[in-house]
Write a protein that binds this ligand. Sequence first.
Ligand code: FBP
Length: 334
Amino acid sequence: MSSVQSPPNAQRNLTSIQSFLLREEAKHPNATGTLTWILSALTLSAKFIAARVRRARLEDVLGSLGGDNVQGEQQQKLDVIANETLIRCLGSRPGVAILGSEEDEHAHVLRRDTKSDRPYVVLFDPLDGSSNLDVNGGVGTIFSILQHDRRAPRIEDSALQPGTQQVAAGYVLYGPSTVLVLTTGAGVHMFVLDPDVGSFLLVQEHLRIPVASKSYSLNSANIGTVPEGYRNYVNWANENGYSMRYTGAMVADVHRTLLTGGVFLYPPTAKAPKGKLRLMYEANPMAMLIEQAGGKAYSGTQRTMEQQPSGLHERTSVIIGSPDEVDNVLRFLT
Ligand code: FBP
């Protein structure tokens, strides 16, 4: 009789993300199952992308393609691979009317006949922080799901809804382990990919962000060109024993902030007067997750998710994290 004890977690939480989603779906008698379909397409994409990221150096898919994407940023080979993977997985699912990607200038309109049902809009950043790839740093996929808005003047404008309209949001962090964090509006839940089983297993339900923690995260190289209020906040935090952590990948910095508390900031800068991060597929989904976990998310002094978007790739400033720490930043901006 072998004496090797399997770790308690594996015994307790043999809940795959599929069974978790079906359990959540069963709580909504009018659910059509389409959202579950879309979320399973996203988890399938994450497994493919995780495998490619893991083998990137071995398969020589690191580095840039030499061209820029619609954001004017160097496009990494894996940006394109991740983008194509998501479009192939989501594109085959019924119920997806529109896809919007950081890597593509225009939204992909997959369905125009939306009279019979209410399909969804899926927006995503295929590989956030991709400049970290070459140095084996954490990178991730961020996604936001909205219901299609038939009232939109042009069908692709259906995506331009405030973050408060999101029905689901999440991210995948491709780090030492592959972690998926998800909300469908009923709390925040964390899954880890078991590479042996090939399934995302539930490891924590109803995550809550710590109310306060003396830690902030921003690119301090920009401190010279951010508005004065942010500089005053950073000086105050440094004088009050705060630590600073920054990886250069929003997914990794927000994940750490969700688990250990603190605040992540990307203020307006001289280079990016509106902020660098994208509202639709970076700031809004992260805002929904953090608010669902008891935190706060602001752009300047406005709640991020209340902003009315005007374009798929519009940028915004970000202050996101523990409620008390976000309040500490806002004190210096008002
Ligand atoms: P993409 O990699 O998806 O373009 O995301 C932008 C990003 O890399 C964020 O993940 C990160 O928070 C930020 O830019 C880092 O910017 P900077 O290098 O200016 O600090």
